[in-house]
Design a protein around this ligand. Structure first.
Ligand SMILES: *Cc1c(COP(=O)(O)O)cnc(C)c1O
Length: 357
């Protein structure tokens, strides 16, 4: 398969802040992008790398009106040895195609987008930050481009990969988050689109996020949409609760995003002999366990933060502190282990890491 390559004549890397703690998330983008088009006659065609540019879309492009879109989020890491590493990206392609199926978007060939992504990373590899905890964030995206206002699946699509350097999630060490249990808004319901990584899920979450912020909390803890009592996710992360000697997370019920990090945490913790249980857990059971001193730790997990320890949560007019309000033992251990794997500081017994440059 041929990927046409057009290189940028000028690099934007000079705009990068020298101080990597100022990188933040999603503010800076590399010089190049990967693109591919779709129409019903040709399928996916014209895979190519071009200088990063703005898109030209009809104001009637279907994605702008009905949100027919899917995306992924993954990272490339600069290892201790100077190598460039990817982590379990095949899972991202599987999930991307699952999201496509739900949103009636034609699936992409994992081999084609793998080749495009690797080439793109190779071309823009000077953008991968060296500092501890920093990485190159990779955002594959598919949008519906038919210029048409009827509600039906588009017949044309654009696939692109946008990349940018991101800073360490915790530049000054772990900073446990506070969460707000929303009983007014819900994120997703089985049969809906919660299992797909698609734009509308995030637009729909903003009102709850705003309410949480106004109450002084950093993230929303989502309850199930039917009974409003089972915990599902926190913000855009999966969530784990350690109650006595069990590490509990919600099963994939159809309204939960199947996180790559969630799966890694489950496998690693099981390997360490932790009793990992996938079962539905009510917020009342958590509050009760907390009152009895049985709630040992709570943490969210996702590609951006890896592990986000939770220090307190707010539910129905009451605030609960989790254990001593500090990062839990397991959360700290998982965080260090996953980072060590990603930055190639330790052997990878799982076969999760791939060196690409
Ligand atoms: C992306 C995402 C996650 C985390 O998935 P990872 O593959 O671990 O990054 C969890 N929940 C939601 C809603 C997400 O969008």
């Amino acid at each position: 398969m041929d990927i046409k390559i057009e290189l940028a004549t000028e690099s934007n890397i000079s705009t990068l802040p020298q101080d990597s703690t100022k990188l933040g998330f999603g503010q800076y983008f590399t010089d190049h992008m990967f693109f591919m088009d779709y129409n019903t006659q040709r399928g996916w065609y014209n895979p190519r790398i071009e200088p990063r540019r703005d898109l030209v879309l009809s104001p009637s492009a279907m994605v702008l009106h009905y949100g027919q879109q899917v995306f992924e989020g993954l990272k490339a890491y600069r290892g201790e040895d100077g190598g460039v590493y990817l982590f379990r990206y095949k899972n991202n392609w599987k999930r991307l195609n699952n999201s496509c199926q739900r949103m009636v978007i034609p699936p992409v060939d994992p081999d084609v987008i793998t080749a495009g992504m690797k080439k793109l990373i190779e071309i823009d590899q000077q953008w991968i930050p060296q500092s501890e905890g920093c990485a190159l964030y990779i955002r594959p995206t598919i949008i519906a481009t038919d210029p048409f206002l009827g509600v039906r699946p588009s017949e044309t699509y654009l696939f692109y990969i946008l990349m940018g350097p991101v800073g360490a999630y915790y530049p000054e060490g772990f900073n446990p988050i506070s969460i707000y249990v929303s009983d007014k808004y819900v994120r997703a319901v089985a049969g809906g689109t919660g299992e797909a990584k698609t734009s509308g899920n995030y637009a729909g979450s903003l009102a709850a996020q705003k309410e949480a912020r106004e109450a002084g909390y950093s993230q929303v803890l989502w309850l199930d949409a039917v009974e409003r009592k089972y915990v599902e996710e926190v913000g855009t992360m999966n969530i784990f609760f350690r109650i006595q000697d069990e590490l509990i997370t919600s099963p994939l019920t159809g309204s939960i995003l199947s996180g790559n990090t969630r799966d890694a945490v489950i496998q690693i913790a099981k390997g360490w002999g932790v009793n990992v249980v996938e079962r539905r857990l009510t917020i009342d059971e958590i509050a009760e366990a907390n009152n009895k001193g049985q709630l040992k730790e709570v943490f969210g997990c996702g590609t951006a933060a890896i592990i986000a320890p939770v220090k307190k949560f707010f539910y129905k007019e009451k605030e609960y502190q989790v254990a001593d309000g500090q990062t839990g033992e397991l959360a700290g251990r998982l965080y260090k282990y996953i980072l060590d794997l990603q930055y190639a500081r330790i052997e990878d017994p799982h076969g999760w890491r791939e060196r690409i440059a």
